[in-house]
Structures are given as C-alpha cells and as structure tokens.
Design a protein around this ligand. Structure first.
Ligand code: AMP
Ligand code: MG
Length: 407
C-alpha cells in the first residue's frame, strides 16, 4: 500500500493555505528579523560608558516611540527616552529599563545602576538574518512557522499537495441522513464520519455519494470521480459475502496490484486495495462496519496519506499504559485494537480502561474512546499489566482533574 502511494506533487501555496502541510523545499529568509536594531524594553537609550559611576544624571534628548524613525546620533551625557520595539539611536549602545530610572523633573533622568554594553538591545537579524535558511524541507507548518515566514517576507511556500480524497459508501441498505428510515435500511454514517476524519487530518475530503451493491455502479462512480481526486476510499462490500462487489469493481477498472485481502487484525480484517492504472489513483476498500471502517482508516489509510503528503511522523503517538482491570482476549492469530479511555496520572503515567460495547457495529464506544490499545495475539493482558495505546486525541494526555498547568 505504501509503495503504491508515492509522494504527492509539490505545489506552491500562499502561506495561509499551507498550515499543516509539509515543506517540499528549503525556505530562506528574504528580510532579517528584527529588521533594525531596536529596544527590548521601555526605558532610556544611552552610552553604557556614562553609567560607570551610577547613579548618574543624564540629559533627556527626546523620545522615540515604536514606529518612529531612529533619532539623531546620541552624544555622551544624553539619554533618549525609548519604547519597546523603537529603533535605538546611533551612538547608543544600551537601554536602561524604566524601572531602574527616576525622572528628575529638570529635563534629566537618573540612571540607578551601571548598564552593560548591549543590554536590552535587539540587534538587526538577531533572530533570523536575511538569506538564512529558515526551515528545511520536511518541516510541518504550524502557526509559529506562519509568523516567521510572514516576518521574513516570504509570501508563498512550496509544499506537498494535500491529497484530495474521495469517499464513496456502498450498500443497498443505505439511506441518507434526511431520508426516511424504512425497515431494513440504515443511515449511511460511514461517509460523513470519514469525510470529517479526513478533513480534521488535514486532507481535502471529496464526497462521492453512495452506490448500490453492483460492481458496474461502483466502478462507474469511481471512474467519474477520477479527475477530482488523488485517492478514493470506498466503504462496504469488501467481505466474502454474496453481495460484496468492491473487488469486482476494482477488477473492472483494471486495478493492480492487490484486490481482496484479509488483514490479521480485529476489527477490520477485510480490506481491498488497488491502483487505477489510468490516473494512478489508489483505491482503499474499507469494511462497512462503522468501527472496522475507522480502524482500517487509522491503521492503513491515514499513514499512507500522511506519507504521501510528505510527513515523516506518520503514525499516531503510542503511549504505554497500565491496564488496572486487564484486557481479556482469546488467541485467534490476530492483533486486537481495543477502544480504551485513557487517564493521565499526575506522575506522567497512563491508565487504560476499555470503553463500552466492543462490537464492530458499536461506534459509540469509538466516539467515547481516547485511543486504541494494541493487544498482541494471545490471552490478553492481566490486571495491572501494560499495553501500548495509539492515542487518537492529544487532550487525552492531559492529567485528569488538573484542568490547567497552574499549580
Ligand atoms: P459490508 O462491509 O458491506 O458487509 O457491511 C458490514 C456492515 O456494515 C453491515 O451491517 C452494513 O449494513 C454496515 N454498513 C455498511 N456501510 C455502511 C455505512 N456507510 N454506514 C453505516 N453502516 C454501514
Ligand atoms: Mg455491504
């Protein structure tokens, strides 16, 4: 699957559209930050040599506010009132913070202590010099990166394109959220779930609607979607039942290299995959049970799409947790992914407890879960034992009951 999902094509985006994307090329600063020598404090710009025998009285030569041009050359014996971010006048080599001064009321200021050369001065380029390499290819752009890029005068960046991912649900039993629920029908919940999942993972989600259980209908819908997608997720019809048409649909479209698979995991054993030859579009066939669909997405689709978008950290974070009540299971040759609630303890450790109903149709317990415990084949984890948990929400790592870091 990974081999069949190569890096997406680099594209140039305005910075505001590139949040969460991965840089495809190094970025260099156009302008320096700070762009000019300025004060780090409200206070008085002065010659440090004048303060050798502090306290000392200096004549106030004027005031420079943030946004003003630099004042004239500061001569010895004078001090220029200055605000944070204002340009330091030439001739001054330090700023004394206002708290260490006293206005003598006669046009002079008393500097209370000896000030060292360079104190409270932010030199031009002391954060980033013009021409510096700011960020290397592979960097994931965060809000702080946006701030730096704007400051150094960069307006657009070359990033790996966000994959456009189509979602198609399949099944004769499906009705839309607004349709009447006749006996025998169920609401199509997988499609909105996966569209929401894709969007919050930073991919571009494309709703392809639903198709009936018919290989021709499924193939037709996928084919129609090809110009507007880089990958397709289908849900349902990948088991070995009489009405599981996904593999047949993929075959009709000439997909390679794989079709129907059985993955040694629970839930989400059935999985279909193929790459459509014409557009080189990978198709992920997920099982229809709502929990299986999401687990399959988490374990296979999400890592593949993250890799294609240039991420090097492609998996969910895995933490080790104590299981106070144990995690019972029977050996069946498969790795189990168990929905758990995580409790962060004050000492930085975690406890995992199984959420309610673990059937693969019971999505509510997935909605309740903070993570998926990875339980190796065997007879489970004894009470007090440890298990690795794939963390699905980062707020689950906050120690319970603390609410805030303020002691
Ligand atoms: P399938 O993988 O098509 O055999 O479906 C397995 C189970 O998941 C069946 O109970 C389906 O009714 C259910 N299912 C399939 N697709 C969806 C969907 N889009 N939304 C909710 N449930 C579904
Ligand atoms: Mg079905």
């Amino acid at each position: 699957v990974f081999r069949a999902c190569p890096r997406s094509t680099p594209t140039v985006l305005p910075i505001r559209d590139a949040i969460g994307c991965v840089l495809a090329a190094d970025v260099s600063a156009i302008d320096a930050v700070p762009p000019f020598r300025n004060s780090a404090m409200d206070g008085f710009a002065l010659n440090s040599a004048d303060t050798g025998h502090a306290p000392v009285a200096l004549h106030i030569s004027g005031t420079t506010l943030a946004g003003d041009p630099p004042a004239d050359h500061l001569v010895p014996g004078n001090a220029q009132r200055i605000m944070t971010g204002a340009p330091v006048p030439p001739g001054a080599d330090a700023v004394c913070m206002i708290e260490l001064t006293r206005d003598l009321g006669n046009g002079d200021v008393e500097i209370g202590v000896r000030i060292g050369a360079g104190e409270n001065i932010r030199e031009a380029g002391s954060d980033v010099a013009a021409g510096d390499e700011c960020f290397a290819a592979g960097t994931v752009l965060s809000p702080a990166h946006v701030g730096v890029l704007v400051s150094v005068g960069v307006r657009s960046v070359e990033v790996f394109a966000r994959p456009r991912v189509g979602v198609l649900s399949t099944g004769d039993e499906l009705v839309g959220a607004d349709d009447e629920l006749a006996t025998g029908k169920i609401r199509d919940s997988n499609r909105p779930t996966l569209l929401a999942r894709l969007a919050s993972d930073g991919f571009s989600a494309v709703d392809l609607g639903s198709a009936v259980d018919d290989a021709g209908a499924i193939a037709h819908t996928v084919e129609q979607a090809l110009p507007q997608v880089d990958a397709v997720i289908t849900v349902g019809g990948v088991s070995v039942g009489d009405h599981d048409f996904l593999a047949e649909a993929l075959a009709k479209l000439g997909a390679a290299p794989l079709s129907s698979l059985q993955v040694a995991i629970r839930p989400a054993k059935p999985f279909a995959f193929g790459v459509l030859p014409a557009a080189r579009v990978p198709v992920f066939g997920l099982p229809g049970n709502p929990v299986s669909a999401l687990v399959s997405y988490e374990l296979i689709v999400r890592p593949a799409l993250r890799s294609a978008s240039g991420h090097s950290r492609i998996d969910r974070p895995l933490v080790s947790a104590v299981v106070p009540d144990g995690l019972g299971r029977a050996a069946d040759g498969r790795t189990h992914f168990v929905r758990v609630h995580l409790r962060g303890c004050e000492d930085g450790t975690f406890e995992a407890r199984v959420t309610r109903g673990q059937g693969s149709h019971q999505l509510r317990s997935f909605a309740d879960a903070d993570g998926l415990a990875v339980v190796a084949d065997g007879d489970g984890v004894a009470p007090g034992g440890r298990v690795g948990v794939l963390v699905l929400r980062d707020d689950a790592l906050v120690p319970e009951g603390s609410g805030t870091w303020i002691p």
